[in-house]
Design a protein around this ligand. Structure first.
Ligand code: MRU
Length: 373
């Protein structure tokens, strides 16, 4: 999989229809259903209902959503209100705000058809940039896996879904795994189920299986023992927002894995594009944590014996629940950040190095590319 085909992309531009199409991730793993997004409302719904999810993919989808809104009404008022509607869809993944800023800053001083055309080409450019940046995360992470492997099977533990479904192609945490697999390195992934939305079971296991990467599903609560038993060579997770001091916000359950990894001296890597860093957040304490519907916790979803999708209540009738979707792993538990720009320490100094690298690159890049992930 050196060059994953369009088939392994979570979002595509259908030039015949003039519309974006996404894989509806709420139907996976039982049904691969492509859905066309044809209005601002459809885009907002797709992000909010998690038909698309994963920080980088949320960002790219929002960029196309803003372009779609401007194609319907190119006024300043429409720009402001579509930006606000899309930004309100999900609070934690900072790529959402980043991508909306990329488009709105580019078109702010334009009007009419020029504004519409530039918004669309900027969204297309963000899609391409996401593919490149994830491929580059894969290249940087591959070296780390090679170092750990020494010829034996490399056992990677991951949480949630940070594969190509969470981005446009490749993924973040899984990009090094796909690169290793493509190069013939023996790699096996422990897939943590990720209650309550089960992104590990429904999405990560599905996409790894499709790519032919050996993987094993495990209950979230079994990961501490797996690590303690020496069955994990490294943990790689993604991030929804990383603060300027290196604190990492990711799917709830990440923090416990980081604690277990540190206790047993197992490297804990976080893979992310630079667009996931929120330079305005001094620490993880400033990151807004999405509180989701408690029905996600109180119910379970799946197919019944006839293959019909069902949601069943598991908790007793009066049970009160609390459902934060993300947690924060303190920087000192993170061995390194694997980014599209290279591998950096998770610290204020490490991120300052990354920022310096990005400024140099932006200075060297043609004006049209500067500022794109
Ligand atoms: O709620 P989700 O599914 O959008 O959350 C996504 C995650 O938290 C993933 O773990 C991922 O690592 C971050 S995006 C690549």
């Amino acid at each position: 999989m050196n060059n994953p085909s369009e088939e392994l992309s979570s979002l595509r531009w259908n030039s015949t229809r003039g519309l974006v199409e996404i894989i509806d991730q709420t139907a996976l793993p039982h049904d691969v259903r492509w859905v066309a997004l044809d209005s601002l409302d459809a885009y907002c719904h797709a992000i909010n209902a998690m038909q698309v999810r994963g920080a980088p993919l949320i960002g790219v989808t929002a960029a196309f959503g803003l372009a779609q809104a401007l194609a319907e009404d190119a006024s300043d008022f429409a720009l402001r209100s579509a930006y606000a509607a899309l930004l309100a869809t999900r609070p934690t993944a900072v790529n959402l705000r980043w991508a909306l800023d990329q488009v709105s800053d580019a078109v702010r001083d334009l009007a009419g058809s020029e504004r519409v055309a530039l918004a669309h080409s900027k969204a297309l450019a963000l899609r391409e940039a996401d593919i490149k940046s994830c491929a580059s995360i894969g290249d940087h992470g591959l070296g780390l896996l090679r170092d750990r492997g020494k010829g034996d099977v490399i056992n990677v533990l991951t949480h949630c879904n940070a594969g190509w479904l969470a981005t446009v192609q490749w993924g973040t945490a899984l990009a090094p795994v796909y690169k290793a697999h493509a190069q013939g390195l023996p790699v096996h992934v422990w897939v943590s189920e990720t209650r309550p939305r089960n992104q590990g079971m429904f999405l990560t296991a599905w996409e790894l299986q499709r790519a032919g990467v050996p993987c094993t599903l495990v209950a979230d609560n079994s990961c501490g023992q797996l690590i303690s038993d020496g069955k994990v060579d490294c943990v790689i997770v993604g991030s929804d927002r990383t603060a300027a001091n290196g604190d990492v916000c990711n799917k709830v359950g990440t923090y416990l894995k980081a604690l277990a990894a540190q206790a047993h001296d197992v490297p804990f890597y976080v893979a992310l594009p630079a667009s996931t860093i929120d330079w305005k957040c001094a620490s993880g304490a400033d990151i807004p944590i999405e509180q989701r519907d408690t029905n996600e916790l109180l119910h379970a979803e799946g197919l019944d014996n006839q293959g019909v999708a069902r949601s069943v209540r598991m908790a007793g009738p009066a049970v009160v629940a609390h459902n934060p979707a993300f947690d924060v792993t303190p920087a000192q538990l993170v061995t390194a950040l694997i980014t599209d720009q290279g591998t950096f320490e998770a610290s204020t100094a490490g991120l300052a190095d990354l920022q310096q690298r990005m400024s140099k690159e932006a200075g060297a890049a043609p004006a049209s590319q500067a500022g794109v992930a």
